[in-house]
Design a protein around this ligand. Structure first.
Ligand SMILES: [Zn+2]
Length: 242
């Protein structure tokens, strides 16, 4: 008994020290307890560093959620939001102010540029919310299985958010190239190879073309049937011939 207690206590001490060490290092793990780092909870599970911008953030969050709801219907995931109004806040979470990011389905991080350019802000919040919803419906296996290729995951998030930054004409070669991005890990490689505009833009255009061909119901069927394990390319081909 004594030994067991001792082991448990040392284990608890170890966990506490890991916790303390983790909290001391800037990074997304600090989102577990954002109030310890000066953030305020402005709505359930929504945190920001500057209360005076709270209303602007909530308006953006609500407008984004509406767009995502228009696509998916009732939203099932309930991500936590870390909305940074300043670069100082970005640094707390180990970031530099440029990139919005979703961690699984449980955490969405948005940088201050969402407030300086509101249409970009709306696109960022919508984009990340699409990822959170899709990955929630997918489950933890999203990390290793490729039920939904990453070009479609990113293309759909860009398409639903109507991101004006990536509008343009893309060549057949570019549209086919981006479809080669299957896993989560592929995507970053593709972006570093040809840059943000071509990679996101071509993925977006592929989804827009699918939307023109099979409509919103078709896109939802593609998502649901792929997640059920029917095979993305197989479902896509079947939907396109009907
Ligand atoms: Zn994305």
């Amino acid at each position: 008994m004594k030994l067991k207690k001792y082991v448990l206590l040392s284990f608890a001490a170890l966990l506490t020290s890991i916790g303390v060490a983790a909290a001391a290092i800037p990074g997304p793990q600090r989102a577990i307890a954002p109030q310890y780092f000066g953030l305020h909870e402005i709505a359930p599970n929504v945190f920001t560093d500057d209360n005076s911008r709270a209303e602007e953030w909530l308006q953006l969050r609500d407008a984004a959620n509406l767009k995502v709801q228009n696509f998916f219907g009732e939203l099932e995931s309930k991500p936590r939001y870390i909305l940074c109004s300043t670069i100082a806040c970005e640094h707390i979470f180990g970031k530099n102010g440029n990139v919005a990011q979703t961690y699984g389905w449980s955490l969405i991080h948005v940088p201050p540029k969402a407030l300086t350019e509101k249409d970009v802000g709306l696109a960022l919040l919508t984009h990340e919310r699409v990822h959170a919803e899709l990955v929630y419906r997918w489950g933890a296996s999203a990390i290793w299985d490729e039920k939904i290729p990453s070009w479609f995951n990113e293309g759909l998030a860009t398409f639903v958010s109507q991101d004006k930054r990536v509008e343009g004409k893309f060549t057949y070669e570019q549209l086919s190239w981006v479809r080669g991005s299957k896993s989560f890990w592929d995507w970053n490689r593709f972006v570093s190879e040809r840059g943000f505009w071509i990679t996101y833009g071509a993925a977006n255009e592929n989804v827009a073309a699918l939307n023109r061909a099979i409509g919103h119901n078709g896109l939802m069927a593609l998502v649901n049937r792929s997640l059920a394990g029917e095979g993305f390319e197989n479902v896509e081909a079947r939907l396109l011939v009907h």
